[in-house]
Design a binder for this molecule. Structure first.
Ligand code: UD1
Ligand code: UDP
Length: 351
């Protein structure tokens, strides 16, 4: 079996690591990197740290408006599919790289494998929601991380080859947890102690591109007394600079460049709480059993909201403060499978 895998953004590199490892035991994989993320600390570091095979094709598409970025990927991926003649095309998640890969393959009648299928926020203002709905509707194999995802697809009349295999990000965390503990020196580097800081990540367009939302988020951060660590996404850094915000004015805040995966797992594991609008980081907080506060109006990971393992606060200042200060006692369950999703995916495709 020959599979073309399309990757482009940070979380996709992390998801690809365990799946590529499982797939390559008995099949051929061709990796296409669209170049959606290109800074060394948003891309190369993950290939190196997680031993993801070097991409066979690098499209170098870079940043841009949705149409231009997705369109350029679409044209280039089409050419690669025509040359490589794969049996399947594999995509992850809900980025513009996901949509471009899925569309290019579907039009050429190459069956699409979608990993992390069936997620919905029911908010079509999010580019990710458009990408995932479109991708699910042209996919042949839909690998869901949760039962909710399966139900979302059933509600859209998609039932064939829909399989809950669990979450490949759980595979990645379990594989790298020990390695992170051994190798990462991020805590000592920044003089951080176990459970003596909050970890922050913010990058969603609905927050970074909305003046009211980002102002509220920063106001809340300013009022939180705890030590805070924020590996800042380049999107957010650029937006804050262009809007004239000065993060140095936020008390007790350590802003650092994006970190590698092993450092990130370490920062998550030792945080008192995590404040985020990231999909992946919400899940990792759950895997690490660290209480999470989600700076969004909806979450695709609704199971994490049970027993306040994750509290959805949007961007209301008081809601952020209350949730951050609240003592919670979550009950964690095995809602993301058994950290063996990658093997199950390969077995299902083999039939
Ligand atoms: C993308 C995905 C989002 C995902 C996120 C993961 C879409 C529509 N969005 O959002 O779903 O959660 O990746 O991180 O696909 N930039 C750099 N260097 C880089 C990459 C980006 O400076 O290596 C900056 C550029 O200013 C760019 C901006 O970040 O314009 C946004 O990048 P883009 O890939 O368009 O979207 P993300 O916000 O990263
Ligand atoms: N991540 C990382 N370094 C960072 C921030 C995030 O390695 O500085 C990892 C994080 O552990 C998770 C993934 O990137 O595995 C989440 O990606 P992101 O938040 O960019 O996107 P989303 O999951 O929201 O699509």
């Amino acid at each position: 079996m020959k599979v073309v895998t399309v990757l482009g953004a940070r979380p996709q590199f992390i998801k690809a690591a365990p799946v590529s490892r499982a797939l390559r035991k008995s099949h051929t994989e061709i990796i296409v990197h669209t170049g959606q993320h290109y800074d060394a600390n948003m891309s190369d570091i993950f290939f190196e740290e997680l031993h993801i095979p070097k991409p066979d094709y690098h499209l170098g598409v870079g940043s841009g408006n949705h149409g231009k970025q997705t369109g350029q990927m679409l044209a280039d991926i089409e050419t690669i599919i025509l040359d490589e003649k794969p049996d399947y095309l594999l995509v992850y998640g809900d980025t513009n790289s996901t949509l471009a890969g899925a569309l290019a393959a579907a039009k050429l009648h190459v069956p699409v494998i979608h990993i992390e299928a069936g997620l919905r926020s029911f908010n079509k203002k999010m580019p990710e929601e458009i990408n995932r709905i479109m991708t699910d509707h042209v996919s042949e194999f839909l690998f869901c991380p949760t039962e909710t995802a399966v139900k979302n697809l059933t509600d859209e009349n998609i039932t064939r080859n829909v399989i809950n295999v669990g979450d490949v990000m759980y595979d990645a965390v379990e594989y790298n947890r020990k390695l992170a503990a051994e190798k990462s020196d991020i805590l000592s580097k920044h003089n951080l102690g176990n459970k003596d800081y909050l970890l922050i990540t913010v990058h969603r367009a609905e927050n970074t591109d909305n003046l009211e939302n980002i102002t509220n988020i920063l106001k809340a951060f300013s009022e939180i007394e705890d030590k805070k660590v924020w590996p800042i996404h380049p999107r957010t850094k650029h937006k804050l600079e262009s809007m004239g915000f000065d993060l140095a004015a936020v008390p007790n805040l350590l802003v650092i460049e994006p970190v590698g995966y092993l450092d990130m797992l370490t920062l998550e594991n030792h945080a008192k709480k995590i404040l985020t609008d990231s999909g992946g980081v919400q899940k990792e907080a759950y895997f690490m059993q660290v209480p999470c506060v989600t700076l969004r109006e909806q979450t695709e990971w609704v199971e994490t909201l049970e027993s306040e393992a994750n509290i959805l606060v949007g961007t209301d200042v008081e809601a952020i403060l209350n949730a951050t200060r609240k003592e919670v006692n979550p009950q964690y369950k095995e809602i993301f499978g058994d950290a063996n999703a990658s093997e199950k995916i390969v077995q299902a495709i083999e039939g």
